[in-house]
Design a protein around this ligand. Structure first.
Ligand code: FAD
Length: 281
């Protein structure tokens, strides 16, 4: 079994403290890598650089996310080189999203993630991961086209795939099967986002085109006590990991949201191979 952990950069002191605590806690699990998300633009980029340096300080193999949004090719390449100068040896290469939702490539920029991967591969020999969407990217023309462009990212030089979180495990497994049928052999790291707050996850998922099954919403509605909600969040993610393991997928990329409690709970349960849960409705 292999784990990786995703964090996001924080801009205020309280957020940085939470990030540092989560990183320190999760570092003990010896992840394959830890990744830091990227915010386009001057201050977003600086925050990402400072975030990756916090991961590197903890001696973690560090992946920097990088997007194409709002920047020319040379600006994106310069940002990538700053990360490499810090010690980063892994990129998660992404297109990104425009702030207003209507994506327009920069006139001198990389239009899509496959262009970014090709641009990085002109000089970068480290690992490149790319994103995939088990529920199909919301702007994709069709599922088949989305798969075609995923393959294009790998053909451009990416090494592995990280999926968007997907709470419907059947859909996730169907996606992996379709990828295999399309001739994709690269490792697929299954994106797992333990649920700490179902309402917040519903809001966020609506924005990024991911579904939250009604059955899951109802399961969370059964509990009111914070400790029970935490336990259920652990149980749900644990069940998903177990099902994926049974189907031969053993690489998990946790969207930690800069919190360690749920991710550690899932890892502990996986290690013990059974969840030690005592829920009281
Ligand atoms: P692409 O692979 O470029 O695909 C985008 C859309 O265009 C799809 O609909 C695809 O079908 C289509 N397409 C792809 N290639 C072509 C082509 N050559 N010609 C025509 N159409 C094409 N966002 C951030 O801002 N910062 C982050 O750090 C970040 N990290 C993420 C990490 C993961 C694991 C995931 C799953 C997402 C992350 N995102 C991040 C969100 C991501 O930027 C958005 O989902 C974005 O809308 C798509 O990025 P992509 O790299 O998947 O795009």
């Amino acid at each position: 079994m292999q784990f990786s952990f995703e964090f996001f950069p924080s801009r205020d002191n309280a957020g940085q403290l939470a990030l540092d605590m989560a990183v320190q806690q999760l570092q003990q699990w010896q992840p394959a890598f830890a990744s830091m998300t990227y915010g386009a633009g001057g201050s977003g980029q600086q925050a990402s650089l400072s975030g990756t340096s916090r991961l590197l300080q903890q001696q973690l193999a560090t992946a920097a996310h990088l997007t194409c949004v709002g920047a020319s090719k040379s600006e994106v390449q310069a940002a990538a080189k700053q990360f490499v100068a810090q010690g980063v040896d892994h990129f998660v290469a992404l297109r990104g999203d425009s702030p207003d939702g209507d994506y327009q490539p920069h006139a001198d920029g990389f239009a899509y993630a496959n262009d970014l991967v090709a641009g990085l591969r002109e000089w970068f020999a480290g690992t490149i991961s790319v994103a995939a969407y088990p529920e199909v990217h919301p702007q994709a023309v069709s599922a088949a086209k989305d798969m075609h462009f995923l393959k294009a990212k790998l053909e451009a030089g990416a090494d592995q795939i990280i999926t968007q979180y997907c709470y419907d495990t059947d859909t996730l497994l169907r996606f992996a099967e379709q990828a295999q049928k399309a001739g994709i052999e690269a490792p697929i790291l299954m994106g797992i986002m333990p649920i700490h707050d179902i309402a917040a996850v519903q809001r966020f998922s609506a924005r990024c085109g991911a579904g939250v099954p009604q059955q899951l919403i109802e399961r969370f509605a059964t509990y009111q006590q914070p400790q029970d909600i935490t336990q259920l969040g652990i149980e749900v993610a644990y069940e998903q990991c177990q099902r994926l393991l049974e189907n031969g997928f053993d690489q998990f990329h946790f969207y930690t949201l800069n919190r360690s409690l749920l991710t550690e709970g899932v890892l502990n349960a996986l290690q013990a191979s059974k969840p030690s849960l005592a829920l009281t409705a």
